[in-house]
Design a binder for this molecule. Structure first.
Ligand code: SAM
Ligand code: SF4
Length: 328
């Protein structure tokens, strides 16, 4: 079992397959497009190395693995990685921008991967283009429909930003009327050069107020201890929605998450200020288990040790990695 200094069992590993992406989401990518790239192909974990490191985490109690990035499905060996991870007794999930999902339906099915998170920040074609710098709304939307028709558990991630897409909150909720999908409204988080400003943040409370203004029968659903979301449903709707309130109401007390970057660095929090290289020791034939345990024991109780007062004012100490560099 992997336990931190506060007795929290950590059994959920998020593995970033790449820090590269085919989209250019304005809240994710820094203005200087190349500055976020942290790994050359030599520094990046190979499929075999991902498999070995994942195996060590599983041996020590990890029960859920999520593949993410950058965009995980742009890796040429993405299918091989999914197949390799699928042999472990874990709940396997993926977070993707949805662009190449149609090419992976049979890979997901064969791997027993049932849960797919797709990012979609607007239901309007022109807005989608403005936010992602790609004209691919129709493709992503049709791939979400394909996942639903194919019986996957689909969560749609929408980063809410004032003036960009906050007017669409109600339309996303309306989408859950007839579709059994789970929409997650994510509070906009600050990362290096990602154009974050306090005025752009729409909080959990504001999101909920917007929804209750338009829909009257909002039901609160049960949240599990490890959930990062606060879940709701409109009465009699097929799907559900939730808010990820990292900024206004952090949810660290039940944290069970570990992260592995695409260049093989372990991070114990999205907001951690330090990381541990696992890949170089693995390549040198060393035992990486003590490194994993040591990294976890250094985990802060909340928000990677960012000062709570600063956080309340939505000012974090700067990260050296972007969201894409860490793995979202
Ligand atoms: N490319 C994949 C995708 O877009 O789903 C996986 C990686 S992406 C970094 C993972 C998630 O992080 C996405 O849902 C994205 O919307 C979210 N994200 C990225 N930057 C964010 C930010 N500044 N604040 C909140 N969420 C963010
Ligand atoms: Fe790429 Fe995902 Fe970041 Fe958008 S949110 S730029 S799709 S990694």
């Amino acid at each position: 079992m992997l336990t931190d200094g506060f007795g929290r069992i950590h059994d959920y590993l998020r593995i970033s397959l790449t820090d590269r992406c085919n989209f250019r989401c304005l809240y994710c990518l820094p203005a200087d497009e190349e500055s976020h790239l942290t790994s050359s192909s030599k520094e990046r974990m190979t499929a075999e190395e991902i498999d070995r490191i994942a195996g060590i985490f599983v041996e020590h109690g990890v029960k859920k693995i999520r593949l993410t990035g950058g965009e995980p499905l742009i890796r040429k060996d993405a299918a091989e990685i999914i197949e390799r991870i699928a042999k472990y007794p874990v709940k396997l999930a993926i977070t993707t921008n949805g662009m190449y999902v149609d090419q992976f339906i049979s890979v997901f099915k064969k791997a027993g991967l049932k849960s797919v998170n797709v990012s979609l920040d607007s239901l309007q074609e022109n807005k989608f283009k403005l936010l992602t710098h790609r004209n691919e709304f129709a493709k992503v939307k049709s791939n979400i429909d394909l996942l639903l028709q194919s019986g996957f558990h689909v969560k749609v991630n929408m980063v809410v930003m004032k003036d960009y897409n906050h007017h669409e909150i109600g339309d996303f909720v309306e989408w859950t009327k007839n579709e059994n999908l789970h929409v997650r409204f994510i509070e906009f988080m600050p990362f290096p050069q990602n154009k974050w400003q306090p005025e752009k943040l729409i909080t959990h409370k504001e999101i909920l107020d917007t929804i209750t203004d338009r829909f009257h029968l909002v039901e609160k659903l049960h949240d599990d201890k490890h959930d990062t979301t606060k879940s709701y449903r409109i009465k009699n709707y097929a799907g559900t929605f939730a808010v990820i309130s990292t900024m206004s109401e952090p949810f660290c007390s039940g944290c069970n998450r570990l992260r592995l970057t695409s260049d093989g660095k372990m991070r114990n929090c999205l907001f951690a200020k330090t990381e541990t290289d696992l890949l170089t020791p693995l390549r040198n034939g060393e035992n990486i288990e003590p490194l994993i345990r040591d990294n976890l024991l250094r985990k802060h109780y909340m928000l990677g040790g960012n000062n709570e007062e600063q956080w309340a004012k939505h000012q974090t100490e700067s990260h050296e990695r972007t969201m894409m560099g860490i793995g979202g």
